[in-house]
Design a protein around this ligand. Structure first.
Ligand code: GLC
Ligand code: CA
Length: 557
């Protein structure tokens, strides 16, 4: 595999609105990120992905961009952003921004011009399509509920939006649109950005016939994913973008891709692929219900281990996936993937161990490193997220009571990950001196950075050690380039794998069960490199793992 500058790096995702507020307006800001660079460096982070900070009406928290060339005043100024780039560089850190180019905001100048002249040049920047027999052009349901088609006032046309109606889709068949977008990407890369996290990118290719499909719900609509899955040819668009932009800068790109066709993995992340890497969402997909969050089933350990191992094996020899246990679109990983009895500190460290040492690029989401949890809201009004409001409505329509629907949101809402970062036990968790834009999780007096920093045995300190081990001189090669080999699959509650590179072999083993388990080792001489419980550093032919115990063992050859 050809070596790339980002192969051995560890990444961290910042949700800027909830990270660190320095001017007391209750909203995190760029200065707040600068202030915490040393903290991140100390944790072992190299690459920082910042969720959208462009100018936006914030209908979908910045994923609705109204000006790609300016910083939202809520977050600061372009000068401050330049300072952030500068400060990151001083520390050998890399800044990656979100690239949201499937759609823009309805307040973007292009869309405003399109509305003003529905037959003019700018209408063709979007999909302005005539209805069929008084109905919208097709029966697709948007990702946030309702039709993807919104009438264009004063015309017989509709415009397309796969997400909210305030997020009109950009027309990638129009060369001018591509040219504008590529120019913008290059402008940011020239500034010194290391790359992008690329939002919702699989959606840019549309079937221009917009065929109807059989409905999959009582609303008579069919999920727009159906069209996305059926249509071919997204690869050509992605290659063109890569050649015109990322390739020229050796940029690092990590894509958000759902619904990829199975045999396309090499084209996406293989040698010369569309992206450097893409997120592994195989675990998250298991948390989807058939009709919505309300009929989702809790994670089944065997199924979870199976999908995770499958994706590890599938990308072996092809490229790297980006591994996560949570992000800004998911609830906190410890609440989803750990059974109740394992949600204490040992379990949290165990989940961290199994995730961070997988083959691929680890991405840590803000607060994950201190074990932040889901946050209970008292009513639907306390939620901000557009997706949560839709899912709550769905649950109520399906007959759930208010309490039951809130319980569903507590388990699944994207806002679980969007509550403010818990820096200390002080007011508002030290996130702001003002009124936070969204509720702070009341558990901040127990779970916060300041106290964990002082405690050698904390989750935070464990993350530090884990990352240091992954990147160490001695083991960095095997954790980066070593094969992934599933281990102890016949043990029901054991999550274990080897990482192997020539004569280096390391076992990562964790006991997700409630009972102690004994594993027979291949050799007599085994050395413990890291463990989340106090165990002796040398073990013989057997390793005994208590409930929630994880061990990283050098097993040699
Ligand atoms: C991606 C983002 C999500 C956003 C959506 C629309 O899935 O991660 O937060 O709502 O795209 O841009
Ligand atoms: Ca602020």
């Amino acid at each position: 595999m050809k070596r790339q500058w980002w192969h051995k790096k560890v990444a961290y995702q910042i949700y800027p609105k909830s990270f660190n507020d320095t001017n007391g307006d209750g909203i995190g800001d760029i200065r707040g990120i600068i202030e915490k660079l040393d903290y991140l460096k100390n944790l072992g982070i190299d690459i920082i992905w910042i969720c959208p900070i462009y100018k936006s009406p914030f209908v979908d928290q910045g994923y609705d961009i109204s000006d790609y060339y300016s910083i939202a005043p809520e977050f600061g100024t372009m000068d401050e952003f330049d300072e952030l780039l500068e400060e990151a560089k001083k520390r050998n850190m890399y800044i990656v921004m979100d690239l949201v180019i499937n759609h823009c905001s309805d307040k973007h100048e292009w869309f405003q011009k399109a509305l003003a002249e529905p037959n003019g040049e700018y209408a063709d920047y979007f999909y302005f399509v005539k209805g069929k027999n008084g109905n919208p052009p097709s029966n697709y349901r948007s990702y946030f509920g309702g039709s993807v088609w919104e009438p264009v006032e004063g015309t017989d046309k509709y415009y397309l939006h796969l997400f909210a109606k305030e997020q009109p889709d950009l027309n990638w068949n129009n060369p001018k649109v591509k040219e504008e977008l590529f120019k913008m990407i290059n402008w940011w890369l020239e500034k010194g950005l290391a790359g992008f996290r690329i939002d919702a990118i699989i959606n840019i290719k549309k079937d221009l016939a917009f065929p109807c499909y059989p409905p999959d719900g009582d609303d008579g609509l069919v999920s727009v994913t159906k069209m996305v899955e059926e249509v071919k040819g997204v690869g050509e668009m992605l290659q063109e973008m890569k050649q015109q932009t990322f390739d020229r800068f050796e940029a690092f790109t990590v894509a958000e891709v759902f619904n990829m066709k199975d045999d396309e993995l090499p084209k996406f992340i293989g040698e010369g692929g569309h992206f450097s890497t893409m997120f592994d969402f195989s675990a998250h997909i298991l948390t989807n219900g058939k009709n919505g969050w309300y009929d989702a089933k809790p994670i089944d350990f065997a199924a979870w281990r199976n999908v995770m191992f499958q994706s590890q094996l599938q990308c072996q020899g092809i490229g790297f996936l980006a591994n996560i246990i949570e992000n800004h679109d998911e609830p906190r990983g410890i609440c989803t993937y750990l059974p109740k009895y394992a949600q204490g500190e040992a379990g949290i460290k165990m989940l961290a161990t199994t995730s961070i040492l997988l083959r691929g690029i680890p991405f840590i989401y803000q607060g994950q490193e201190i074990g932040m949890r889901n946050c209970r809201m008292e009513s639907i009004d306390e939620y901000d997220d557009i997706g949560t409001k839709d899912q709550y409505k769905k649950a109520i329509e399906a007959g759930l009571s208010n309490e039951e629907a809130l319980e569903v949101c507590y388990a699944h809402s994207r806002d679980n990950a969007r509550t403010p970062m818990q820096w200390s036990g002080k007011d508002n968790a030290g996130f702001t001196k003002g009124k936070p834009w969204i509720k702070v999780n009341p558990n901040y007096s127990d779970i916060n950075v300041e106290s964990q920093m002082k405690d050698e045995a904390s989750v935070l300190r464990y993350y530090q050690k884990l990352i240091a081990l992954r990147k160490s001189e001695q083991y960095g090669e095997v954790f980066t380039y070593g094969d992934f080999i599933p281990a102890y699959l016949d043990h029901e509650k054991i999550y274990a794998y080897y990482r192997q590179l020539s004569n280096f072999k390391i076992l990562v083993a964790a006991n997700f069960g409630e009972k102690e388990m004994t594993l027979e080792m291949e050799h007599d001489r085994n050395e413990i490199l890291l463990s989340n419980m106090d165990v002796s550093s040398h073990i013989g032919r057997k390793i005994v793992l208590k409930s929630c115990e994880a061990a990283v063992v050098y097993v040699g050859q």
